[in-house]
Ligand binder design. Structure first.
Ligand SMILES: CC(C)(COP(=O)(O)OP(=O)(O)OC[C@H]1O[C@@H](n2cnc3c(N)ncnc32)[C@H](O)[C@@H]1OP(=O)(O)O)[C@@H](O)C(=O)NCCC(=O)NCCS
Length: 230
Protein backbone atom coordinates (compact mmCIF):
# COMPACT_ATOMS: atom_id res chain seq x y z
CA UNK A 1 0.00 0.00 0.00
CA UNK A 2 1.28 3.44 -0.93
CA UNK A 3 -0.03 6.68 0.67
CA UNK A 4 0.47 10.00 -1.16
CA UNK A 5 -0.56 13.53 -0.10
CA UNK A 6 -2.72 15.22 -2.75
CA UNK A 7 -0.51 17.25 -5.12
CA UNK A 8 -3.09 19.91 -6.12
CA UNK A 9 -4.27 22.95 -4.11
CA UNK A 10 -7.18 22.19 -1.74
CA UNK A 11 -9.62 24.39 0.22
CA UNK A 12 -8.32 25.84 3.51
CA UNK A 13 -8.12 23.32 6.33
CA UNK A 14 -8.51 20.26 4.09
CA UNK A 15 -5.98 17.53 3.33
CA UNK A 16 -6.49 14.63 0.93
CA UNK A 17 -4.42 11.45 0.71
CA UNK A 18 -4.44 8.83 -2.02
CA UNK A 19 -3.79 5.14 -1.42
CA UNK A 20 -2.70 2.76 -4.16
CA UNK A 21 -3.38 -0.92 -3.47
CA UNK A 22 -1.98 -4.22 -4.58
CA UNK A 23 -5.27 -6.11 -4.44
CA UNK A 24 -3.65 -9.53 -4.68
CA UNK A 25 -1.73 -9.44 -1.37
CA UNK A 26 -3.44 -9.61 2.03
CA UNK A 27 -2.86 -6.42 4.06
CA UNK A 28 -1.27 -8.23 7.01
CA UNK A 29 0.69 -5.30 8.44
CA UNK A 30 -2.23 -2.91 8.06
CA UNK A 31 -4.48 -5.33 9.97
CA UNK A 32 -2.38 -4.89 13.12
CA UNK A 33 -3.75 -1.39 13.82
CA UNK A 34 -7.39 -2.41 13.44
CA UNK A 35 -9.69 -3.06 16.42
CA UNK A 36 -11.11 -6.55 16.91
CA UNK A 37 -14.46 -5.37 15.50
CA UNK A 38 -12.75 -4.00 12.40
CA UNK A 39 -10.80 -7.24 11.91
CA UNK A 40 -14.05 -9.18 12.18
CA UNK A 41 -15.59 -6.87 9.56
CA UNK A 42 -12.60 -7.41 7.28
CA UNK A 43 -12.94 -11.18 7.68
CA UNK A 44 -16.56 -11.06 6.53
CA UNK A 45 -15.49 -9.92 3.04
CA UNK A 46 -15.35 -12.99 0.79
CA UNK A 47 -12.98 -11.44 -1.78
CA UNK A 48 -9.35 -10.58 -1.08
CA UNK A 49 -9.70 -7.28 -2.96
CA UNK A 50 -12.53 -6.12 -0.67
CA UNK A 51 -10.56 -7.14 2.44
CA UNK A 52 -7.48 -5.27 1.21
CA UNK A 53 -9.45 -2.12 0.38
CA UNK A 54 -11.18 -2.01 3.77
CA UNK A 55 -8.18 -3.06 5.89
CA UNK A 56 -5.63 -0.81 4.18
CA UNK A 57 -7.91 2.22 4.12
CA UNK A 58 -8.98 1.88 7.76
CA UNK A 59 -5.35 1.36 8.81
CA UNK A 60 -4.15 4.43 6.87
CA UNK A 61 -7.03 6.45 8.32
CA UNK A 62 -6.15 5.38 11.88
CA UNK A 63 -2.50 6.27 11.31
CA UNK A 64 -3.39 9.72 9.92
CA UNK A 65 -5.84 10.46 12.74
CA UNK A 66 -3.64 9.17 15.59
CA UNK A 67 -1.19 12.08 15.42
CA UNK A 68 -4.00 14.60 15.28
CA UNK A 69 -5.96 13.06 18.15
CA UNK A 70 -2.88 12.24 20.25
CA UNK A 71 -3.16 8.49 20.76
CA UNK A 72 -2.05 5.20 19.23
CA UNK A 73 -3.71 4.34 15.86
CA UNK A 74 -5.70 1.44 17.33
CA UNK A 75 -6.99 3.73 20.11
CA UNK A 76 -8.54 6.39 17.84
CA UNK A 77 -12.15 6.33 19.11
CA UNK A 78 -14.08 5.73 15.88
CA UNK A 79 -17.85 5.39 15.97
CA UNK A 80 -20.46 5.38 13.21
CA UNK A 81 -23.57 7.52 12.75
CA UNK A 82 -27.06 6.13 12.20
CA UNK A 83 -26.34 5.98 8.45
CA UNK A 84 -22.90 4.45 8.92
CA UNK A 85 -20.66 7.54 8.56
CA UNK A 86 -17.59 7.06 10.76
CA UNK A 87 -16.63 9.90 13.11
CA UNK A 88 -14.37 10.46 16.11
CA UNK A 89 -16.21 10.07 19.38
CA UNK A 90 -14.67 12.87 21.41
CA UNK A 91 -16.23 15.49 23.63
CA UNK A 92 -15.54 19.12 22.82
CA UNK A 93 -16.37 19.18 19.11
CA UNK A 94 -12.81 19.83 17.93
CA UNK A 95 -12.12 16.34 16.52
CA UNK A 96 -10.88 16.25 12.92
CA UNK A 97 -13.50 15.71 10.23
CA UNK A 98 -12.75 12.89 7.83
CA UNK A 99 -14.22 10.66 5.15
CA UNK A 100 -12.88 7.86 2.96
CA UNK A 101 -13.78 6.28 -0.38
CA UNK A 102 -12.35 3.24 -2.15
CA UNK A 103 -12.82 1.89 -5.65
CA UNK A 104 -10.70 -0.40 -7.80
CA UNK A 105 -7.02 -0.01 -6.91
CA UNK A 106 -7.34 3.32 -5.09
CA UNK A 107 -8.74 4.96 -2.00
CA UNK A 108 -8.98 8.61 -1.02
CA UNK A 109 -8.93 9.92 2.54
CA UNK A 110 -10.09 13.48 3.23
CA UNK A 111 -9.25 15.20 6.53
CA UNK A 112 -10.78 18.48 7.64
CA UNK A 113 -9.53 20.75 10.41
CA UNK A 114 -12.52 21.26 12.77
CA UNK A 115 -11.58 24.95 13.15
CA UNK A 116 -12.44 25.59 9.49
CA UNK A 117 -14.51 22.61 8.28
CA UNK A 118 -17.64 21.19 9.90
CA UNK A 119 -18.43 18.35 7.44
CA UNK A 120 -16.43 16.55 4.76
CA UNK A 121 -17.18 13.90 2.14
CA UNK A 122 -15.15 12.29 -0.62
CA UNK A 123 -15.85 9.88 -3.45
CA UNK A 124 -13.77 7.99 -6.01
CA UNK A 125 -15.17 5.69 -8.68
CA UNK A 126 -13.46 3.47 -11.24
CA UNK A 127 -15.12 4.50 -14.52
CA UNK A 128 -16.57 1.54 -16.42
CA UNK A 129 -16.92 2.06 -20.18
CA UNK A 130 -19.90 -0.26 -20.60
CA UNK A 131 -22.44 1.29 -18.22
CA UNK A 132 -26.00 2.03 -19.32
CA UNK A 133 -25.82 5.84 -19.23
CA UNK A 134 -29.58 6.33 -19.74
CA UNK A 135 -30.55 3.83 -17.03
CA UNK A 136 -28.16 5.27 -14.43
CA UNK A 137 -29.16 8.82 -15.30
CA UNK A 138 -32.85 8.15 -14.80
CA UNK A 139 -32.09 6.40 -11.50
CA UNK A 140 -29.74 9.01 -10.06
CA UNK A 141 -30.12 12.36 -11.77
CA UNK A 142 -32.58 15.24 -11.79
CA UNK A 143 -34.35 16.11 -15.04
CA UNK A 144 -31.83 18.88 -15.74
CA UNK A 145 -28.87 16.58 -15.08
CA UNK A 146 -30.33 13.85 -17.33
CA UNK A 147 -30.62 16.37 -20.17
CA UNK A 148 -27.04 17.62 -19.65
CA UNK A 149 -25.64 14.08 -19.67
CA UNK A 150 -27.69 13.11 -22.75
CA UNK A 151 -26.42 16.15 -24.67
CA UNK A 152 -22.77 15.93 -23.54
CA UNK A 153 -20.05 15.20 -26.11
CA UNK A 154 -18.53 12.69 -23.63
CA UNK A 155 -21.58 11.19 -21.91
CA UNK A 156 -19.55 8.84 -19.74
CA UNK A 157 -17.42 11.69 -18.42
CA UNK A 158 -20.55 13.79 -17.82
CA UNK A 159 -22.15 10.91 -15.91
CA UNK A 160 -19.21 10.08 -13.65
CA UNK A 161 -18.42 13.76 -12.93
CA UNK A 162 -21.94 14.30 -11.63
CA UNK A 163 -22.08 10.94 -9.87
CA UNK A 164 -18.96 11.46 -7.74
CA UNK A 165 -19.91 15.07 -7.01
CA UNK A 166 -23.33 14.03 -5.81
CA UNK A 167 -22.00 11.13 -3.75
CA UNK A 168 -19.30 13.31 -2.13
CA UNK A 169 -21.96 15.85 -1.09
CA UNK A 170 -24.29 13.18 0.31
CA UNK A 171 -21.36 11.59 2.16
CA UNK A 172 -20.44 15.00 3.61
CA UNK A 173 -24.04 15.36 4.81
CA UNK A 174 -23.80 11.78 6.09
CA UNK A 175 -27.09 10.38 4.81
CA UNK A 176 -27.80 7.27 2.75
CA UNK A 177 -26.66 7.95 -0.82
CA UNK A 178 -29.22 5.86 -2.70
CA UNK A 179 -32.21 7.49 -1.01
CA UNK A 180 -31.19 11.06 -1.80
CA UNK A 181 -29.57 10.97 -5.25
CA UNK A 182 -32.19 13.28 -6.75
CA UNK A 183 -32.36 15.59 -3.72
CA UNK A 184 -29.06 17.22 -4.72
CA UNK A 185 -28.41 18.68 -8.16
CA UNK A 186 -24.83 19.03 -9.41
CA UNK A 187 -23.76 21.55 -12.04
CA UNK A 188 -20.08 21.38 -13.05
CA UNK A 189 -18.54 24.86 -13.35
CA UNK A 190 -15.18 26.51 -13.88
CA UNK A 191 -12.01 25.06 -12.29
CA UNK A 192 -13.80 21.85 -11.29
CA UNK A 193 -16.01 23.68 -8.79
CA UNK A 194 -19.62 22.41 -8.65
CA UNK A 195 -22.70 24.57 -8.22
CA UNK A 196 -25.13 22.72 -5.95
CA UNK A 197 -28.93 22.77 -6.05
CA UNK A 198 -30.73 21.56 -2.95
CA UNK A 199 -34.15 22.34 -1.50
CA UNK A 200 -33.43 20.92 1.99
CA UNK A 201 -32.77 23.95 4.26
CA UNK A 202 -30.41 22.03 6.61
CA UNK A 203 -28.25 20.94 3.69
CA UNK A 204 -27.27 24.38 2.44
CA UNK A 205 -23.76 25.89 2.51
CA UNK A 206 -22.04 22.75 1.25
CA UNK A 207 -19.40 23.15 -1.43
CA UNK A 208 -17.99 20.58 -3.82
CA UNK A 209 -15.27 20.27 -6.44
CA UNK A 210 -13.93 17.65 -8.81
CA UNK A 211 -10.51 16.19 -7.96
CA UNK A 212 -7.93 15.29 -10.61
CA UNK A 213 -8.30 11.52 -10.24
CA UNK A 214 -5.96 8.77 -11.47
CA UNK A 215 -6.53 7.82 -15.13
CA UNK A 216 -9.72 5.77 -15.47
CA UNK A 217 -11.23 7.15 -12.25
CA UNK A 218 -13.42 10.09 -11.27
CA UNK A 219 -13.29 11.75 -7.86
CA UNK A 220 -14.81 14.63 -5.96
CA UNK A 221 -14.59 16.36 -2.60
CA UNK A 222 -17.39 18.09 -0.67
CA UNK A 223 -17.23 20.13 2.51
CA UNK A 224 -19.03 22.66 4.65
CA UNK A 225 -16.88 25.52 5.90
CA UNK A 226 -17.33 26.70 9.47
CA UNK A 227 -19.26 29.96 9.64
CA UNK A 228 -17.43 32.97 11.09
CA UNK A 229 -18.96 33.94 14.43
CA UNK A 230 -17.56 37.49 14.71
C1 LIG B 1 -21.40 4.09 2.33
C2 LIG B 1 -22.11 4.80 1.21
C3 LIG B 1 -22.33 6.23 1.66
C4 LIG B 1 -21.22 4.90 -0.04
O1 LIG B 1 -20.80 3.64 -0.45
P1 LIG B 1 -19.78 3.32 -1.66
O2 LIG B 1 -19.86 4.29 -2.77
O3 LIG B 1 -20.01 1.91 -1.97
O4 LIG B 1 -18.41 3.41 -0.95
P2 LIG B 1 -17.25 4.47 -0.77
O5 LIG B 1 -16.02 3.70 -0.92
O6 LIG B 1 -17.38 5.73 -1.55
O7 LIG B 1 -17.43 4.92 0.77
C5 LIG B 1 -17.41 3.96 1.76
C6 LIG B 1 -16.91 4.63 3.03
O8 LIG B 1 -17.74 5.74 3.37
C7 LIG B 1 -17.89 5.79 4.79
N1 LIG B 1 -19.33 5.80 5.03
C8 LIG B 1 -20.16 4.78 5.34
N2 LIG B 1 -21.44 5.24 5.45
C9 LIG B 1 -21.38 6.56 5.20
C10 LIG B 1 -22.38 7.58 5.16
N3 LIG B 1 -23.68 7.36 5.39
N4 LIG B 1 -21.99 8.84 4.87
C11 LIG B 1 -20.69 9.11 4.63
N5 LIG B 1 -19.70 8.19 4.65
C12 LIG B 1 -20.05 6.93 4.93
C13 LIG B 1 -17.16 4.61 5.38
O9 LIG B 1 -15.93 5.06 5.89
C14 LIG B 1 -16.96 3.68 4.20
O10 LIG B 1 -15.73 3.02 4.16
P3 LIG B 1 -15.29 1.90 5.22
O11 LIG B 1 -16.44 0.99 5.39
O12 LIG B 1 -14.09 1.28 4.56
O13 LIG B 1 -14.92 2.67 6.45
C15 LIG B 1 -23.45 4.08 0.86
O14 LIG B 1 -23.29 2.71 0.89
C16 LIG B 1 -24.62 4.48 1.75
O15 LIG B 1 -25.44 5.26 1.33
N6 LIG B 1 -24.70 3.95 2.98
C17 LIG B 1 -25.72 4.35 3.93
C18 LIG B 1 -26.85 3.37 4.00
C19 LIG B 1 -27.81 3.77 5.09
O16 LIG B 1 -28.39 4.83 5.06
N7 LIG B 1 -27.93 2.91 6.08
C20 LIG B 1 -28.72 3.22 7.21
C21 LIG B 1 -29.62 2.09 7.52
S1 LIG B 1 -30.62 2.56 8.88
Amino acid sequence: MHLTPWPDPLPAGIEVYRLDFDLTIEATAARRVLTSDERAKADRFARTADRVRFTSTRSALRNLLAGRVGCEPVEVPLAASLHGKPFIERAGGNAPQFNVSHSGSHALIALGDARTVTEIGIDIEACKANVDVEAISSLAFTTRECGEVRNAADRLHALYTRWVGKEAVLKAIGVGVAKHLKTIGIRPGANGQFALECAVPEWTNFQAAALRAPIGYAAALAWRAKEETT
